[in-house]
Design a protein around this ligand. Structure first.
Ligand SMILES: [Zn+2]
Length: 473
């Protein structure tokens, strides 16, 4: 029996963060009443003329330059013709044989997944089926999209999900999209085929449409691999078709047999001039690109001696990375490793437990630096600092205020510690005898008594030191 190798390529649709649509002035805001954000242009009324929103081109350039694409100095718009109720014009304005960006790659961990192209296009509307009638909402019609087409270089469902996560990370980092998959700002189609392992020729592929979460990308591709494997092992043929993933059953099901590209009868859009991009425009956009996540992670490892894991955790979001940088500056550069521990450790734990949201953190970089300063100066224990950190993340209250309100100050003065040690020694003569007889381990018990006396707030280092002195070393 042959062993099959999956061959997977993703086409990702990303809504770019413009205020208005791609060819008219209508708003792109999510959640408005159906059809409230429409005009003759995006409704496709006869005689209406599209005018290109230049911001969309800027965003496409940003993506293309950050992902190492070749920028096409002249790209053209095409009409992609098909009939569907959510597309009243009867065609979608897209780019076909001359897209804005060619090539490029997305870094995914240590690998690099090649891109075929990036092009600009308009979104269609939305059909809402329910009850006796089907309704059409055209608020999305004309919303600007970038379609990012990857080469079929992915070899597992998990790798595909990681690729999508990495691509989303870069696009959000660049401020191109909000990346909100639930609201449809980012969705993808996956092309999946199988071939006998070790062979080069591609098998017949099926396209899985409109997948809208990382989890569903993985599940949809996994189930499609299982389905195709079973067919091939039974000696059957894969039929090229478009399929849809049903999250309820965990299976893909056919939508329609795949139209060939020529069925769309692409032709140049006569109402829009070609998009001309000169070097000056490219350089102007390039100058505004931020340091990218991979470069920033490498810098953290080098400048702050962070582990690769911590560096990659901190660069999952630009907000988190910026917070880290500012907190390191606020601590005068002394506590980078410890600040990284807060953000890549305790905060990551809180995020995973649903107790915090990186985009909605309340504390300032200076407050985080002050909290670490309080630990370093011995004012509070690390355990108490975790309590303070949790409160800071939720309320943004200054660490000093939380420490004093909750009585978390650590007792580091020798005075009260000596009194408590004397008391413990007097109350436990048998243990003291054992210690002096050589059973050094009982010091743990005696220190425990002191900590109890100090309500858990004694500085453990100083308590240990004083107790040892009093017991005679
Ligand atoms: Zn409009």
């Amino acid at each position: 029996m042959a062993i099959y190798e999956p061959v997977i390529g993703l086409e990702v649709h990303c809504q770019v963060s413009t205020v208005s649509k791609i060819f008219c002035g209508c708003s792109t805001a999510f959640g408005a009443a159906p059809n409230a954000q429409t005009c003759p242009v995006c409704l496709g009324l006869p005689g209406a003329l599209p005018v290109l929103n230049e911001k969309v081109v800027e965003f496409a350039l940003r993506a293309g330059l950050a992902l190492g694409c070749k920028i096409n100095p002249r790209s053209v718009w095409s009409r992609k013709n098909y009939f569907y109720p959510d597309l009243p014009k009867g065609y979608q304005i897209s780019q076909y044989d001359q897209p804005i960006c060619l090539g490029g790659a997305v870094p995914v961990g240590a690998k690099s997944i090649a891109l075929t192209r990036i092009h600009m296009e308009e979104d269609a509307g939305k059909n809402i089926h329910g009850g006796a009638a089907s309704l059409v909402d055209l608020n999305r019609a004309g919303v600007p999209l970038l379609e990012i087409v990857g080469e079929p270089d992915l070899r597992s469902a998990e790798e595909a999900a990681n690729y999508l996560r990495a691509l989303r990370g870069v696009l959000v980092w660049l401020g191109i999209t909000d990346g909100n998959m639930e609201e449809g700002s980012l969705r993808c189609d996956a092309n999946v085929s199988l071939r006998p392992a070790g062979t080069e020729k591609f098998g017949t592929r099926c396209e899985l449409k409109n997948i809208n979460s990382f989890r569903n990308v993985r599940l949809a591709i996994e189930s499609e691999i299982v389905r195709q494997t079973a067919l091939l092992e039974a000696g059957e043929r894969i039929v090229q078709q478009t399929r849809q993933f049903d999250a309820a059953t965990g299976q893909t099901k056919p939508m329609r047999s795949k139209e060939e590209a020529h069925d769309y009868r692409y032709f140049p859009e006569p109402d829009l001039p070609p998009v001309l991009i000169d070097t000056e425009w490219i350089e102007r956009v390039r100058a505004t690109l931020p340091e990218l996540p991979g470069a920033r992670a490498a810098r953290y490892e080098k400048e702050h001696a962070l582990s690769a894991y911590d560096a990659s955790q901190l660069t999952q979001s630009r907000r988190l990375a910026d917070l880290f940088d500012a907190a390191v500056v606020a601590s005068s550069g002394k506590s980078a490793k410890k600040i990284a521990n807060w953000l890549a450790g305790e905060l990551a734990r809180m995020v995973n437990a649903g107790e915090a949201d990186v985009e909605a953190l309340k504390f300032t970089p200076a407050q985080l630096a002050a909290l670490q300063g309080a630990v370093d100066g011995g004012a509070i224990s690390l355990g108490a600092a975790k309590e303070v950190f949790g409160e800071m993340a939720k309320t943004g209250t200054a660490p000093e205020a939380i420490i004093s309100a909750r009585g978390l100050t650590q007792v580091s003065d020798r005075g009260p510690i000596e009194v408590a040690c004397d008391k413990a020694i007097a109350a436990n003569p048998a243990e003291v005898e054992k210690y002096r007889g050589g059973k050094k381990g009982v010091i743990g018990f005696l220190v425990g008594q002191v900590m109890k006396e100090l309500a858990g707030r004694g500085n453990p280092q100083i308590v240990n030191q004083v107790m040892r002195e009093k017991l005679g070393g």
